[in-house]
Design a protein around this ligand. Structure first.
Ligand code: PLP
Length: 373
C-alpha cells in the first residue's frame, strides 16, 4: 500500500445554496471537535435530555417521545412509517413530488395497502380532497410532505388535514425535513401525530440525525401492534428505552452528531423560532426579487412558496447543467437542478439555517448576473 497516493483531505470552501446539506454553523463544527465520550456516560445521558428538550421547542410540541433518530432524513421517514404500519394496513399518501413518492415506496415495503392521491409537481392539496378520500375507506395512517423539496411547495392547511384524518380514525405523519427550523412547524397546534426532519438543512448541522416526534395517540397505536416492528434498528419500542428513563443500550448513539445537533438547536433557541422564520422569509423575498429581475421566475406561487428553498424556472439563456457547473467551478456556489418531471426545467436554491444570509443572496445574484451576461 502506497499511502502517499492518498492526499490530505482538502474540500473546497463551497457555498452550499442547494436543497441540502446546507452550510454548517461554525459553532456546530467546534462542538464536533470536542472529545467523544461513551453513549452511557452520565454526561452524555444529560446531553440527551437537553437534545430532547430543545427538539420539543423546535417542533413546538410537548410530546415526550421526541428524539433524534440515528441516520439521515430517510431514516426519520422510515421510522415514521415502519413503527405504525403492519402488513395489510390501509395507508393513504398524498403525493405532490419526489419525497411523497419515497413514502409510497417505503410504506409498500412494510406491507401496507397504499392508496395514493396525486397532485402535479408544484401544486398542493386542498384539504377537502384528502377528506373525501379518507371518508371512502378506513385508513390507519395518512402521510404527506409539508415542504416538498423537489418542487418548492408548502402543503398548507395542515391543521385541517390532520383534523380530517382524526375524524376518520387515521394517524397523521408529516415530513418536515425542509421546513423544521426555517419556517413554521407547529406539531401540537396542528395536531400532527408523527413528524420527522433532518439535521442538515435548517438546523445547520451535517447530515446524520433525523429528529422525530411521536404523539401519545401514536404511541398507543405502537403499543397495540400485533406484529413486531419490521425494522430492528428503527424499532421505537426499543429505541425509546434508551432515550427514556431506562437508558438501556440499543445501538451506539452517534456521539459527535448529537453534540452537533445540540449546538445547532441551541443556536435556534438563542435566535428564537419567530425571529428565525422571519429571517428565512426576508432573505427568501430578497432572492425572489433578484431572480425576477434576472427573468428566473420563481416556479411556485407566493401563497405556498417555501422560504428555505426556492425553485425558479430556467430561462433559455441559462443552461441547466453548464450553468450549475460554472457556478461551482468559478464561484464555489452549489445550487441544485430539478428532477423527475422538473429535470432541466428548474433550479433549486436553498437559503437554510446558517446559509440564510443577505450576503449569500447578493453573492449568488451577482454570480448569476455574470453567467447571464
Ligand atoms: C422532504 C424530504 N424528505 C426526505 C428527505 C430524505 O432525507 P435524506 O436525504 O437526509 O435521507 C429529503 C432529502 O432532501 C427531503 O427533502
Amino acid at each position: 500500500m502506497e499511502a502517499s497516493q492518498f492526499k490530505d483531505l482538502n474540500p473546497s470552501p463551497r457555498l452550499l445554496l442547494g436543497p441540502g446539506p446546507s452550510l454548517v454553523h461554525p459553532r456546530v463544527l467546534r462542538a464536533m471537535s470536542t472529545p467523544v465520550i461513551g453513549h452511557l456516560d452520565p454526561e452524555f445521558l444529560a446531553l440527551m435530555n437537553e437534545v430532547q428538550a430543545l427538539l420539543r421547542y423546535v417542533f413546538q410540541t410537548q410530546n415526550e417521545l421526541t428524539i433524534p433518530i440515528s441516520g439521515t432524513g430517510s431514516a426519520g421517514m422510515e421510522a415514521a412509517l415502519c413503527n405504525f404500519i403492519e402488513p395489510g394496513d390501509n395507508v393513504l399518501i398524498a403525493v405532490m413530488g419526489y419525497f411523497g413518492e419515497r413514502m409510497v415506496d417505503m410504506a409498500r415495503r412494510y406491507g401496507a395497502n397504499v392508496d395514493r392521491l396525486d397532485r402535479q409537481w408544484g401544486e398542493i392539496f386542498d384539504p377537502a380532497e384528502i377528506e373525501q378520500q379518507l371518508s371512502r375507506k378506513k385508513y390507519k395512517l395518512l402521510a404527506f410532505v409539508h415542504a416538498e423539496t423537489s418542487t418548492g411547495a408548502e402543503q398548507l392547511h395542515v391543521k385541517e388535514i390532520a383534523a380530517a384524518a382524526h375524524k376518520h380514525g387515521a394517524l397523521v405523519v408529516m415530513d418536515c425535513v425542509t421546513s423544521l427550523g426555517g419556517m413554521p412547524v407547529r406539531v401540537d397546534e396542528w395536531d400532527v401525530d408523527i413528524a420527522y426532519s433532518c439535521s442538515q438543512k435548517c438546523l445547520s448541522c451535517p447530515p446524520g440525525l433525523a429528529p422525530l416526534t411521536v404523539s401519545p395517540r401514536a404511541r398507543e397505536v405502537l403499543r397495540a401492534r400485533k406484529t413486531p416492528v419490521a425494522n430492528w434498528y428503527l424499532d421505537l419500542t426499543m429505541v425509546e428505552k434508551y432515550w427514556g428513563n431506562e437508558r438501556t443500550y440499543h445501538h451506539t448513539a452517534p456521539i459527535t452528531m448529537n453534540y452537533a445537533l445540540r449546538e445547532g438547536l441551541r443556536i435556534v433557541a438563542e435566535e428564537g423560532l419567530e425571529a428565525r422564520w422571519a429571517r428565512h422569509r426576508a432573505n427568501a423575498e430578497a432572492l425572489w426579487a433578484g431572480l425576477e429581475e434576472l427573468d428566473l421566475t420563481p416556479f411556485v406561487p407566493p401563497s405556498y412558496r417555501l422560504t428555505p428553498l426556492t425553485t425558479c424556472a430556467l430561462s433559455p439563456r441559462l443552461d441547466d447543467v453548464a450553468g450549475r457547473k460554472r457556478l461551482l467551478d468559478e464561484y464555489n456556489i452549489e445550487v441544485a437542478g430539478g428532477f423527475g418531471p422538473l429535470k432541466g426545467k428548474i433550479w433549486r436554491i436553498g437559503l437554510m439555517g446558517y446559509g440564510s444570509r443577505r450576503e449569500n443572496v447578493t453573492l449568488l445574484l451577482a454570480a448569476l448576473r455574470k453567467l447571464l451576461s
